[in-house]
Design a protein around this ligand. Structure first.
Ligand code: NAG
Ligand code: NAG
Ligand code: NAG
Ligand code: NAG
Ligand code: NAG
Ligand code: NAG
Ligand code: NAG
Ligand code: NAG
Length: 253
């Protein structure tokens, strides 16, 4: 295709080069790993930055993993500040290297306890399995925190949640940031999350079920790519028609 055009006038070469660059850039954007997408699309993050991703595992009595989670977690807590004497909002990242994980696994419930003793923070996630439908979900979240500026230790718990719905034997995955509202004073932001609370085979995640946010996110580059390809075609046709006309014009003068 390029060879055919290269025999024609320099202008068309320049045009094809421009086209190639445009197309290349659009495809390069589509090929970029999805994990990079949130960084480019997210607005400049409020302090602090994205949390680091941690590996958290719960093992049962004989040492086999029964719950696995890889995720970055951010706590969004509003509490009464001792120094300012008013309600303040604090957004705190859970630091994986300071966080100890433990927990327990039962037939129909699995608990992940994340503790950062240095900063007096403890977060509990409870997953429930419905054996009839073979579906699990995050049903409970509890946060206990005693941060320096707190009047009284913070405590928030909700045991009737319905987040991160997955199927037994599979993992739940969400690369995009997700906000899980727990109580009016506490919400949990998850980043690049993959979790499997039931039916682990060895230390491996089962097939991943992707969240809706990720699926929407993957649609955007496809739509943009298709629109761009259409646009390029229109411009190309218009250019070729225009060139024919102007040639005809030169000949009559
Ligand atoms: C987390 O686990 C994955 C896969 O098991 C591994 O590739 C990665 O290095 C681990 N990261 C850390 C910080 O342990
Ligand atoms: C470990 O214990 C669980 C039940 O607690 C059992 O299902 C599993 O087969 C055991 N695994 C091994 C390797 O013994
Ligand atoms: C924290 O929560 C408040 C109120 O729910 C919200 O306005 C704010 O955008 C949240 N911040 C982050 C970083 O999630
Ligand atoms: C939320 O925080 C406000 C201010 O600190 C407090 O008055 C209120 O009781 C809290 N609500 C709950 C449900 O904890
Ligand atoms: C804190 O504010 C309340 C009213 O909002 C006031 O009654 C109280 O005296 C204040 N306490 C301090 C230590 O400033
Ligand atoms: C934990 O990680 C943070 C950020 O990566 C680093 O600044 C800190 O030194 C680490 N702490 C420990 C105890 O490794
Ligand atoms: C489990 O799922 C079945 C089928 O979807 C439903 O009828 C039942 O109410 C569920 N049980 C619980 C405890 O949620
Ligand atoms: C717990 O979560 C449910 C569902 O999001 C919500 O309707 C309920 O108000 C929450 N309970 C508390 C105590 O915040």
């Amino acid at each position: 295709m390029t060879q055919q055009h290269s025999r024609k006038q320099p202008l068309s070469i320049a045009f094809i080069a421009l086209l190639a660059v445009t197309l290349h850039q659009s495809f390069a954007a589509t090929d970029a790993p999805p994990t990079a997408a949130p960084q480019t699309t997210a607005p400049p993050p409020a302090p602090p930055a994205r949390p680091e991703r941690g590996n958290y595992t719960v093992t049962n009595g004989n040492g086999t993993a029964c719950l696995m989670a890889r995720m970055g977690l951010q706590l969004n807590v509003s509490f009464s500040s001792a120094s300012l004497n008013k309600t303040v909002l604090e957004v705190v990242n859970l630091q994986p290297n300071l966080t100890k994980s433990s927990g327990s696994c039962d037939l129909d419930s699995a608990t992940l306890l994340l503790k950062d003793d240095e900063r007096a923070t403890s977060l509990t996630l409870v997953f429930s399995l419905n054996a009839t439908s073979s579906k699990y979900h995050l049903s409970g979240v509890t946060l206990l925190a005693a941060w320096p500026d707190m009047h009284v230790p913070f405590s928030a718990s909700n045991r009737s949640l319905d987040y991160l719905r997955g199927t037994l034997g599979r993992s739940y995955m969400c690369r995009e940031e997700q906000t899980l509202a727990v109580t009016v004073n506490f919400s949990l932001n998850t980043f690049q999350l993959q979790v499997q609370p039931f039916g682990l085979k060895g230390d491996q995640f089962g097939a991943a079920e992707e969240c809706q946010l990720d699926e929407d996110d993957m649609l955007i580059p496809i739509i943009v790519g298709a629109a761009l390809a259409g646009l390029v075609l229109v411009v190309l046709v218009a250019y070729l028609i225009g060139r024919k006309r102007s040639h005809a014009g030169y000949q009559t003068i």
